[in-house]
Design a protein around this ligand. Structure first.
Ligand SMILES: NC(=O)c1ccc[n+]([C@@H]2O[C@H](COP(=O)([O-])OP(=O)(O)OC[C@H]3O[C@@H](n4cnc5c(N)ncnc54)[C@H](O)[C@@H]3O)[C@@H](O)[C@H]2O)c1
Length: 475
């Protein structure tokens, strides 16, 4: 059995029998002779408490410092200029010209210029040390994320970090431990949970429209061929070259996890993964960069990676990753319930048992059957009826400000809203941990002939304390 050196902290990569034949609520029998690979769950340090439902003192103004102003960061700076109760205090990037460019966003918005940090690898630490910042907002490459989050929390700041916020189990546990030790918020900036179809569908699921949700799917299928050369220092392609497994799982995981109530009465138990060989990115390296064939094919990440997850409550999630094939963009997003079905890509639609529709949403009752999507007008009526409160309040503004059609603005707005009102954030550090953990857990599965791998309980026993995922509101 192969154990990577950088995985030494995992004490035992042993084959153990899966526990808990009683974990399913249905009549299915779980075969207790099933084998799983289990990674270490480090004991919670003495005196440290979980951050489930964490609330921190309400902030009148959220004073924010941004680190990372490449392709993604400036959009966040721009969005914050539209959010009441915020002050942009500091801006940081390796490159001074990127900081200057972000300053012009503030100029345009008629806001005072921010303090500048740049020119060295470590300038961001000075930003974190400021005593007039409440929130550090990170949009750098993946390898810096965990280190920056941990340092910022240790400096007494809340952190919000782009996806994926951590790339290994070791980083994830370090982020969880720091959040618990400091009792600071650590939110992963997963925007897809706020997209219009996903949030409406979540609301429908929470109102019981799909019966019991049994299965969800999600993905990141996006051909990055035209983008590879744009990342600072080639970090993204290099990361894919060096890492096998689903290295970018959070866009698919976020909406699936919320609808499955993960660590709010349900939890992921095991996963299995499989991938294809890599072809298109190695060929890109040969054609576009003149790399020799042998070096180009020293490429770890499979072209198409699939992961299947089984949860405590007898449900399943399927997640896919493909950033190389000539496919239309897709996050898949499918929800299968006992009474209905939702599908986002390539065609948005709902299929429902006729009994789940009422007069107010089903002007065309007779034409419905559960084997096809409901007609467009019924779908529209459903989406209006079940429009999420967040969208009712923010849709217009979100569409005006933009950012992936508005979901980025809603994400930032909700973060600020919860901080200003002393409410639990929509996404906590355990969401971050669970969604990011697919990277290393899927690699372990693939490297062990698609063996089942246990998903650690990052709450360390608290996954059942909160019942059901819900967004917090003041009233
Ligand atoms: N949620 C989404 O929809 C979405 C979309 C695009 C990108 N992203 C994420 O945003 C993050 C950034 O992606 P990007 O496309 O902007 O990459 P990028 O390479 O364009 O930008 C990264 C920036 O970080 C800066 N940086 C690197 N090290 C630094 C350091 N030590 N100190 C200060 N600045 C440093 C770089 O100079 C660069 O400007 C990634 O995590 C990516 O996955 C998310």
């Amino acid at each position: 059995m192969k154990v990577k050196k950088n995985f030494l902290w995992v004490l035992m990569l042993t084959l153990l029998t899966a526990c808990n034949a009683n974990s399913f609520k249905g009549t299915q029998k779980d075969d207790s002779s099933r084998y799983v690979i289990r990674t270490e769950v480090p004991a919670r340090p003495a005196g440290q408490q979980d951050v489930l439902g964490l609330v921190t003192p309400a902030l009148d103004t959220v004073r924010v410092g941004f680190i990372g102003l490449g392709m993604r960061g400036p959009g966040a700076v721009n969005r914050f200029t539209y959010i009441p109760g915020t002050r942009i205090v500091a801006l940081c990037d390796l490159h001074p010209d990127r900081v200057e460019k972000a300053q012009t966003i503030l100029d345009k918005a008629g806001l005072p210029r921010a303090a500048e940090y740049s020119g060295s690898e470590d300038a961001w630490k000075e930003l974190c040390q400021r005593d007039d910042i409440d929130l550090v907002y990170i949009a750098t490459d993946w390898k810096h994320h965990a280190e920056m989050m941990i340092y910022a929390m240790e400096q007494g700041k809340h952190v919000a970090c782009e996806v994926p916020s951590a790339t290994t189990l070791e980083e994830i546990w370090a982020v969880v431990n720091t959040a618990e030790k400091t009792q600071k918020h650590a939110m992963q900036l997963e925007n897809c949970v706020y997209d219009f179809f996903e949030l409406t569908t979540l609301n429908m699921a929470q109102q019981g429209v799909f019966g019991e949700v049994l299965h969800a799917e999600g993905a990141y299928i996006h051909n990055l061929k035209d983008y590879w050369e744009s990342y600072e220092g080639d970090w993204r392609l290099q990361f894919n070259k060096e890492h096998r497994g689903d290295v970018y799982a959070t866009h698919g995981m976020g909406p699936a996890a919320q609808i499955m109530d993960l660590h709010r009465g349900n939890k992921m138990n095991t996963l299995v993964s499989m991938d294809t060989k890599p072809v298109n990115i190695p060929e890109h390296l040969i054609e576009k960069r003149g790399m020799d064939r042998d070096s180009a094919y020293q490429f770890a990440n499979g072209q198409h990676t699939m992961t299947m997850i089984r949860t405590e409550n007898g449900k399943t999630i399927q997640i896919q990753h493909d950033v190389a094939s000539p496919r239309p963009y897709s996050r898949m997003y499918q929800v299968t319930g006992t009474k209905g079905f939702a599908n986002k890509y390539p065609e948005e639609g709902y299929a429902l048992e006729a009994e789940m529709l009422d007069e107010s949403v089903a002007p065309n009752h007779e034409n419905l059957n559960a084997h096809s999507f409901v007609p467009e007008e019924v779908k529209n009526a459903l989406m209006t009826k079940y429009k999420h409160r967040i969208h009712q309040e923010l849709e217009e503004k979100a569409k005006e400000v933009g950012g992936h059609g508005g979901m980025d603005f809603i994400m930032d707005y909700r973060l600020v809203y919860c901080l200003r009102n002393g409410l639990p954030l929509d996404m906590d550090v355990y969401d971050l941990a669970e969604w990011c953990s697919l990277a290393e857990l899927s690699r372990i599965s693939i490297e062990h002939n698609s063996a089942a791998v246990e998903v650690p309980d990052f709450t360390r026993g608290g996954w059942n304390k909160i019942q059901g995922f819900r967004h917090a509101f003041v009233d």
